[in-house]
Design a protein around this ligand. Structure first.
Ligand code: PLP
Length: 379
């Protein structure tokens, strides 16, 4: 039995007719950049995310960059984030000329540790603390970071809060949606995210009309009117085809998220029943709406051997992420050492993402659990 990590073909069959119709309309209109399709999608996603405004952009990575630009962050500034995330989170900080300041994650959720964040801010010299302008909590794997204490520390030091919600569209923290709690929410429509386009795309949510306008200006090279430039932005535009696909998929998103939650619950039950729950770490769901962009287990010591064993059985899995960002070659200039963020380093060595996509069949999922049991019991 083959069990891929993700199978987008099954999802496409469900929406094919609608997508093809909308694509045909756009081809006939020959209006490809921004325009009414993007505006319609922005409105629908803003509403879904319980955010007053949303601006479609070219990718999740660019969503982070444009949010930092809109917040006025650049050379001489520092931005706090976690070292256990996709590269783009910290890459965006460096791209605008600021310095990433890493703070370790919580051992159970892999999200920014609010206590360590507060401690790092409190222990900085006043001069250094002055230069910290923002924090980017990441809602990793589809579960929101512990936002209340993060927001409290941010208010105390007057920091801009940019939520990296690329993996968490529709996730909730105490009834509040990802991307609606900070000053900006950054989303990705990369095909493997829960709401994926047919290429690159992204979106930034924000609470104020003024920031919405600022984002729109920066998205088009700071240009208003044509060929008069007020700020140095970039080409962060989203195209109509991607926006239309996102809009077609959005009404299905809650059903897909529920199917992922159902799969996660089934994994928990089957791992329990097989007596494996004590031998691997299961994801800890603390917040009230986890959307399981990934279902990530912990496998002390033999993670890589298990991954290979599963691959040999045609079961897909992935390591998100094998090298924490403070250990990446390109960030050597930041001066961090091995051992600086032990929780992230251990997570990088032990975590393994299993297939959890909505169309996954119960027998496929049971096969994954069975093979993991085989490996752990015979290995
Ligand atoms: C996917 C992702 C991004 C970047 O999104 P792209 O659309 O691929 O540029 C940023 N942050 C996190 C946490 C992500 O998972």
């Amino acid at each position: 039995m083959q069990v891929p990590l993700l199978d987008l073909k099954a999802q496409y069959q469900q929406i094919k007719a609608e997508v093809r119709t909308r694509m045909d309309e756009i081809c006939e209109s020959q209006q490809f950049i921004l325009g009414p399709q993007v505006a319609l999608m922005e409105e629908a996603v803003a509403q879904y995310c319980q955010a007053p405004h949303a601006v479609g952009v070219s990718s999740g990575s660019d969503a982070l960059i444009i949010a930092l630009m809109a917040a006025g962050i650049g050379p001489g500034h520092r931005v706090v984030t976690t070292p256990y995330t996709f590269f783009a989170t910290a890459g965006a900080i460096a791209r605008v000329g600021a310095l990433p300041v890493f703070v370790d994650v919580e051992v159970d959720t892999y999200n920014l540790d609010p206590a360590q964040f507060a401690a790092v801010m409190a222990q900085m010299s006043p001069g250094e603390r002055e230069t910290v302008k923002a924090v980017i909590p990441v809602h990793l794997y589809g579960q929101c970071a512990e936002m209340d204490p993060i927001l409290e520390t941010s208010r105390q030091y007057n920091l801009t809060v940019i939520e990296d919600a690329a993996q968490a569209i529709g996730a909730e923290y105490k009834g509040r949606r990802a991307g609606s709690m900070g000053d900006f929410g950054c989303f990705s429509f990369f095909p493997s995210k829960n709401l994926g386009a047919f290429g690159d795309g992204g979106l930034v949510t924000c609470p104020t009309q003024a920031m919405d306008q600022r984002l729109r200006l920066l998205r088009m090279h700071g240009m208003e009117p044509k060929y008069y430039h007020h700020a140095i932005g970039g080409n962060f535009r989203l195209d109509a085809l991607q926006a239309a696909i996102v809009a077609v998929k959005l009404p299905y998103l809650d059903g897909w998220s529920q199917a992922r939650q159902k799969n996660a619950a089934l994994y928990r039950r089957l791992f329990q029943e097989a007596g494996l729950a004590g031998r691997i770490g299961l994801p800890v769901a603390k917040q009230n709406r986890h959307i399981y962009n990934q279902f990530v287990i912990r496998v002390p010591k033999e993670r890589d051997a298990l991954r290979k064993y599963l691959a040999d059985q045609q079961i897909g899995s992935e390591v998100y992420y094998p090298v924490p960002l403070h250990r990446q070659a390109c960030f050597a200039y930041l001066g961090y050492q091995a051992g600086d963020f032990p929780v992230s380093e251990q997570a990088a060595a032990e975590t393994l993402a299993l297939p959890v996509y909505p169309e996954l069949k119960a027998d496929q999922l049971a096969f994954v659990v069975e093979k993991i049991g085989e490996f752990l019991n015979n290995g």
